[in-house]
Design a binder for this molecule. Structure first.
Ligand code: NAD
Length: 298
């Protein structure tokens, strides 16, 4: 069934996601503050509205893909009054779990319905419509959003009630951040012990050290030809985004009294790396910082 979708935030992720909805036959009315994002989306068949307010008027579903929870809550304050009663608001941004729950509350208090549906898969997944969506909200809201999310992704998981999608996203990325640091430390330790990258890879990838950070995004060049380490750590998954997700996980852990010692430490390490050498690098490049701080051995 063709829907009228307001899509607000047409950046690196939102632009190609909106384009995939157009390809699937939906009428997409998009808005972004940046002229370049508006022009790129228009070239892919998105009908550009001159404001968020105008984009949502008459829309069946409103999708947002914005940088932070503050952006989402500020936008909701401005546009909730302009949407028709019962419009479904789907926020795909990665934001704080608490902000996601506040967004749900404000949407429902205004007579709307809401779902949080953050993604993993990056810009490549957004372009290829192979994203994974992690959704939080009611069964009816999930059922209504599911066909739209499937047009932009390969996997759509209903994780639970309001905020559960964001919770799944930050828990997963906390595992990923910690495991990338662990894999990087193991390679640098191996170097200091005279162990070749390939030998460590051949053992760990088939043993209990196996993980995505090793076998897909291997932080040293060689063993996994497609990993960003083979192209001077061009992202991939940019280190500042990993730092952002780990900060969200750390906030949630601290707020909930969870003793996530490695998660908190990973957030600190990625914050420092993303502000320095990692500003434009894939998050696997943290191995170079570990090596440098170890005295550049061997
Ligand atoms: P981006 O900065 O490229 O896009 C965000 C867009 O929102 C920008 O174009 C900006 O102009 C627009 N914007 C901000 N405020 C607005 C407003 N009030 N009205 C209209 N437009 C507004 O960011 P991105 O990489 O597309 O990421 C978007 C979200 O997706 C973030 O929450 C990010 O954490 C998450 N995410 C990104 C990736 C990735 O690989 N880039 C992967 C997974 C999740």
């Amino acid at each position: 069934m063709s829907r009228t979708v307001a899509f607000i935030g047409l950046g690196h992720m939102g632009g190609p996601m909106a384009a995939n909805l157009v390809t699937a036959g939906h009428h997409v009315r998009g808005h972004d503050l940046a002229p370049a994002s508006r022009e790129a989306a228009a070239a892919h068949g998105v009908d550009i509205a001159d404001s968020g307010l105008h984009a949502v008027e008459g829309a069946d579903v409103v999708i947002t893909m914005l940088p932070t929870g503050r952006h989402v809550l500020d936008l909701y304050r401005d546009i909730l009054g302009a949407a028709g009663p019962g419009t479904l608001f789907v926020d795909c941004s990665t934001i704080d779990v608490a902000d996601a729950r506040t967004a749900h509350e404000r949407a429902t208090a205004a007579g709307m319905r809401a779902l949080d549906a953050p993604v993993s898969g990056g810009v490549v997944g957004a372009e290829a419509a192979t994203l994974t969506f992690m959704a939080g909200g009611g069964d009816a809201e999930f059922a209504e959003a599911e066909p739209l999310l499937s047009a932009m992704g390969a996997r759509v998981v209903h994780c639970g009630d309001a905020g559960a999608g964001q919770a799944a996203k930050i828990c997963n990325n906390m595992i990923l951040g910690i495991s990338m640091i662990a894999v990087g430390e193991a390679f640098v330790l191996g170097e200091s012990l005279g162990l070749s990258h390939q030998a460590l890879y051949d053992v760990a990838s088939a043993a209990s050290g196996q993980c995505w950070a090793l076998t897909v995004n291997c932080p040293v060049p060689g063993p996994v030809p497609g990993s960003p380490a083979n192209r001077d750590y061009r992202p991939g998954f940019a280190a500042p985004l990993m730092a952002k997700d780990l900060a969200l996980a750390a906030n949630a852990a601290t707020a909930g009294g969870v003793r996530a010692e490695l998660g908190l430490r990973a957030a600190e390490l990625y914050a420092a790396y993303a502000q320095g050498a990692g500003a434009d690098e894939d998050f696997s490049g943290i191995v170079r910082t570990i090596r440098k701080q170890s005295g550049d051995q061997p």
